[in-house]
Each structure stands twice: as structure tokens, then as C-alpha cells.
Design a protein around this ligand. Structure first.
Ligand code: PNS
Length: 164
């Protein structure tokens, strides 16, 4: 059984993230999307909200599970009994951070391997941060995110504006 963990903060999931999950679901027996805490980032959605949205976005793939966790990635790979961590590389600029993270994780646990896949270049400029900023400033983000994300974002932005 080849099981891979695709971790990220997914705040929110973009079409680029979904594309990677779809590609991975064809290569691996099981893909676990690990919604994790990145302590360097502010979030728009709670861990639980992000996990629920991703479940909706990935419900068409029978071998994909979604788990939310707050802890070390190296502990998650042991808990979920996965063979490797999967991360996406959109552009060369992603590489330095990804290399640092992969090597840190392997230093924490010698067994922890990271593999990289490239999402479609159509989405290579899309990131969760850019989507959040576009959405907060009233721009049209709908073609860069799955439908469930678009609906959740619209609701969250409306809530924020009503509280202003
Ligand atoms: O989507 P992101 O924000 O680039 O994902 C980063 C994430 C969540 C994978 C990273 O912050 C992480 O692994 N968090 C869990 C805590 C941890 O293990 N930190 C050390 C990583 S070297």
C-alpha cells in the first residue's frame, strides 16, 4: 500500500492544490491531505473549516482522505503510516523553502522522505495568499479556486465586511 501525505495550510485550497491531489491520487493507493498549522501565516479559515472545505473539493476521489493536525509533520507521517510527504513545486522560487523543509524533516526523522510534483503551469502564479488578498479587495477569484472554496470565501468576506 503506497500512502502519501500532502501537507499544507490550504487557507484556502486553490485549483493548483486540487490539481496536485488529482495527480497524486492516480499515482498512489491513498492520498492524505494534511491540513496543518503554519505558525508563520495568518489564516482566514480555522483548521476544521479548511478540512471541511477540502473534503467537499476532493469528494470525487475515493482514495483521498483529509486530516487536520496541529503538530510536527514528522509525527503526522508516523501517525498516518505514510511512505512519504508530497509537496508541490510551482516555480523555482518555491525550491529553497521546500528544500529547507524537506531536509529539516529528514533531520528530525531519518525515515521522512519528501517527493515533489509539479502542478499544471496554468495555475503556477496562483497562491492562497494572492487569492485571499484579491478576495478581500473585491477582485474576482472564482476561476482560481474550486467551487466550494469560492462559496466559502464569498461568505467569509461578506461576514468580515458586515462587521466593519
Ligand atoms: O502550505 P504551507 O503553508 O506552505 O505549508 C507549510 C506546512 C504546514 C507544511 C509547514 O508549516 C508544516 O509542516 N507545519 C507543521 C509543523 C512542522 O512540522 N514544522 C516544521 C516543518 S520543517
Amino acid at each position: 500500500m503506497r500512502r502519501v501525505l500532502y501537507p499544507g495550510s490550504f487557507d484556502p485550497m486553490t485549483n493548483g492544490h486540487l490539481d496536485l491531489v488529482e495527480r497524486a491520487s492516480k499515482l498512489f493507493d491513498e492520498v492524505i491531505v494534511g491540513v496543518a498549522v503554519n505558525r508563520t501565516k495568518d489564516v482566514l479559515f480555522s483548521l476544521e473549516e479548511r478540512a471541511e472545505i477540502i473534503k467537499e473539493c476532493t469528494s470525487h476521489m475515493m482514495n483521498v482522505q483529509v486530516k487536520a493536525f496541529d503538530g510536527l509533520l514528522v509525527d503526522a507521517i508516523v501517525n498516518y503510516k505514510v511512505n512519504a510527504i508530497l509537496r508541490g513545486l510551482r516555480a523555482f522560487s518555491d525550491f529553497e523553502y521546500e528544500l529547507q523543509m524537506a531536509l529539516m524533516n529528514r533531520s528530525l526523522n531519518e525515515e521522512c522522505e519528501t517527493i515533489f510534483m509539479m502542478p499544471t503551469p496554468l495555475n503556477s502564479f496562483v497562491s492562497s495568499s494572492i487569492i485571499k488578498e484579491t478576495a478581500l479587495l473585491g477582485g474576482d477569484y472564482s476561476k482560481y479556486v474550486p467551487e466550494a472554496v469560492s462559496a466559502a470565501l464569498a461568505k467569509r468576506i461578506k461576514g468580515i465586511k458586515n462587521n466593519d
